[in-house]
Write a protein that binds this ligand. Sequence first.
Ligand SMILES: [Zn+2]
Length: 249
Amino acid sequence: IEDAKAAGIQYVYDDGTFGAARFDGSAPVLGLFEASHMQYEADRSGEPSLAEMTEAAIKALQGNENGFFLTVEAGRVDHANHAGNLARVVRDGVAFAEAVARADELTDDADTLIIVTADHEHAIAFSGYAGRGSDILGLSMKIDPAGTKALNEPNMAQDGKPYTTVTYLNGGGSILTEDQDWTGTRPTVSQEEATDLDYVQQALIPLSSETHSGEDVAIYAKGPFAHLMGGTVEQNYIFHVMHHAATAE
Ligand SMILES: [Zn+2]
């Protein structure tokens, strides 16, 4: 940090210093807001949002006559999934969507390729015939006879207990626990418990941390050479599209 400051780099570490920095390309900015990962969006205090950092980075870079390359990662979606804590997953997912929207507003499709993707999926499942309008964080609710809206009556599993709209295949929320000799009796869950910020969704295989999975992930793209994205591709293909877009005459 001292070396950076001596070299004329602006050092920012909280909301205040971030707000006071110049993002006009006149001096580089080093932002270190935490000793490790930044806070979850649901808990964020004293730190800029992902959308705010995205805006600052674009404004600092877009004066470069040779263009720029920017990577923005919403890395804590992954951590909340590892914790099996869907409430924080979706809040960080919304923060990511807001960052993408801000990047889109600040750039021109005529000269900027935007690619949105993920580096892997998780052992997360959105299943169980939740009626339209069921809370994504809450219990899977029955659908009315016309099939148009969720009733305030949960779907019941064969053990006579409700289940949530989203569950995990593995992780800390496993219904099998050591104190039951890993045999397990599935705990019942109420709508109030399921929608709590700290609730850990039920899972099957007991693991201290929920895992990544091998599902294909989506690649969204717009701008120059976005047409090269489509179908099923290996991940290294993405690099070649970015490289082609950045070096094309
Ligand atoms: Zn991970």
